[in-house]
Design a protein around this ligand. Structure first.
Ligand code: NAD
Ligand code: UDP
Length: 322
C-alpha cells in the first residue's frame, strides 16, 4: 500500500507516519511545505527505503501514484492559521481540491482531517455530527475553509464516486505539538504561562501519544490515540464525518490549576480576554466513534500533561527543577 500523508511533518501527521511505517507493507510519502511542521518530527524515517519526504505546497497540483491519501495539510493553531488567512483558505479549498483531483485520477481513498471548529460557537451541547454548527461566515478562515473542504469531499464522492473519509478532530495536545502553539498555554523556557481565556470557556482535550516516551506501556495509550481513530476510520466502511475527541470537560481555570499542580507550582495564572469568535463551550458526542470505530480516548489530562511536558523539555533542552 502506497500512502500519501499531506501535512505529515506536523504534530498529528508525524505520529500518523510513525504508525503507518510500523506496517512493513506500507510505503509512506509525506508532502509538506514546513509552514508549521518540521523535518525533525520525521528524522527517524529520513533515508528509510519505504519513506519519502517531498517539500510540496498542496495548493499546487501533485502528480504521484498512491493508494490512500491522509489529507492533513493545514495549520491547526489560530496563531498560524490567522497569520495569513487567505493562504489558510487556499490550503483548505485549493489544497483539498488538488488532493481530490489526485484521488480521482489514481482511484485512491482519501481521508480529510476536519475539525470541531465546523460547529463554530455551538448552540447544541454536546455536538453530534448531525449538528450543522453556528459559524460566523466572516469570522474565521479556518472554520469556513474546513467547511468548504468537507463540502468538496462529499461533492467528489457524490459526483465522481471517490471513496472519502472525514474525521472531525477536537483540540488535541501532546508530545511534538508546536512549541509556540499558543492555544491555552504559552511555553517560554518551560515557565508555562497559562492564559485563562474566560471562566465559562470549556474545552475538551485529547492526547496523541508519542510511543517512544512510553516504550513499555505504549500499547494501551497508543490504541486509544487520535492517530488510531484516523486509521480505524480510513480502514473501515464509514465515510463520516465522525467526531474524534474527548468528551471529558474542564474549565480553563481547572486546566490552569492542573498545570500549576503537575508542572510548575510557581506558574502565574493570568486572566485575559477571550479572542473574538472563539467558542465558549465545546464537547464532542462520540457515540458514532464508539459504535462505528470502536474508538474512545482513554488518556486522562493528569496522565497526558506530564508526557507532553517531558517531550517539550527534551526539545527545549530544559531540565526539570529538582
Ligand atoms: P500542524 O500545524 O502541526 O500540522 C500541519 C502540517 O501541515 C504542518 O506540517 C504544515 O507544515 C503543513 N502544511 C500547512 N499548510 C500546508 C500547505 N499549504 N501545503 C503543504 N503542507 C502544509 O497541525 P496538526 O495539529 O498536526 O493538525 C493536523 C490536521 O488536523 C490539520 O488538518 C488540522 O486542521 C487538523 N486538526 C487538528 C486539531 C488539533 O487540535 N491539533 C484539531 C482539529 C483538527
Ligand atoms: N490534480 C492534482 N493531481 C492529480 C490530478 C489532479 O493535483 O493527479 C489537481 C488538478 O490540477 C486540479 C484539481 O486536482 O486542479 C482537480 O482535479 P479534477 O480532475 O477533479 O478537476 P479538473 O482538473 O478537471 O478541473
Amino acid at each position: 500500500m502506497r500512502i500519501l500523508v499531506t501535512g505529515g511533518a506536523g504534530f498529528i501527521g508525524s505520529h500518523l507516519v510513525d504508525r503507518l511505517m510500523e506496517n512493513e507493507k506500507n510505503e509512506v510519502i509525506v508532502a509538506d511545505n514546513y509552514f508549521t511542521g518540521s523535518k525533525d518530527n520525521l528524522k527517524k524515517w529520513i533515508g528509510h527505503p519505504r519513506f519519502e519526504l517531498i517539500r510540496h505546497d498542496v495548493t499546487e497540483p501533485l502528480l504521484i501514484e498512491v493508494d490512500q491519501i491522509y489529507h492533513l495539510a493545514c495549520p491547526a493553531s489560530p496563531i498560524f492559521y490567522k497569520y495569513n488567512p487567505v493562504k489558510t483558505i487556499k490550503t483548505n479549498v485549493i489544497g483539498t481540491l488538488n488532493m481530490l483531483g489526485l484521488a480521482k485520477r489514481v482511484g485512491a481513498r482519501i481521508l480529510l482531517t476536519s475539525t470541531s471548529e465546523v460547529y463554530g460557537d455551538p448552540l447544541v451541547h454536546p455536538q453530534p455530527e448531525s449538528y450543522w454548527g453556528n459559524v460566523n461566515p466572516i469570522g474565521s478562515c479556518y472554520d469556513e475553509g474546513k467547511r468548504v473542504a468537507e463540502t468538496l469531499m462529499f461533492d467528489y464522492h457524490r459526483q465522481h464516486g471517490i471513496e472519502i473519509r472525514i474525521a472531525r478532530i477536537f483540540n488535541t495536545y501532546g508530545p511534538r505539538m508546536n512549541i509556540d502553539d499558543g492555544r491555552v498555554s504559552k511555553v517560554q523556557e518551560l515557565k508555562l504561562e497559562v492564559s485563562v481565556m474566560s471562566l465559562t470557556w470549556y474545552i475538551s482535550y485529547n492526547l496523541c501519544i508519542f510511543e517512544l516516551l512510553l516504550p513499555e506501556c505504549d500499547y494501551d495509550f497508543y490504541e486509544m490515540s487520535q492517530v488510531d481513530g484516523l486509521i480505524r476510520l480510513m480502514e473501515g466502511p464509514n465515510t463520516g464525518p465522525i467526531n474524534l475527541g474527548n468528551p471529558g470537560e474542564f474549565t480553563m481555570i481547572e486546566l490552569a490549576e492542573t498545570v500549576k499542580e503537575l508542572i510548575n507550582p510557581d506558574v502565574e495564572i493570568k486572566m485575559v480576554e477571550n479572542t473574538p469568535d472563539d467558542p465558549r463551550q465545546r464537547k464532542p458526542d462520540i457515540t458514532k466513534a464508539k459504535e462505528l470505530l470502536g474508538w474512545e480516548p482513554k488518556v486522562k489530562l493528569r496522565d497526558g500533561l506530564p508526557l507532553m511536558e517531558e517531550n517539550f523539555r527534551l526539545r527545549l533542552g530544559v531540565d526539570k527543577k529538582k
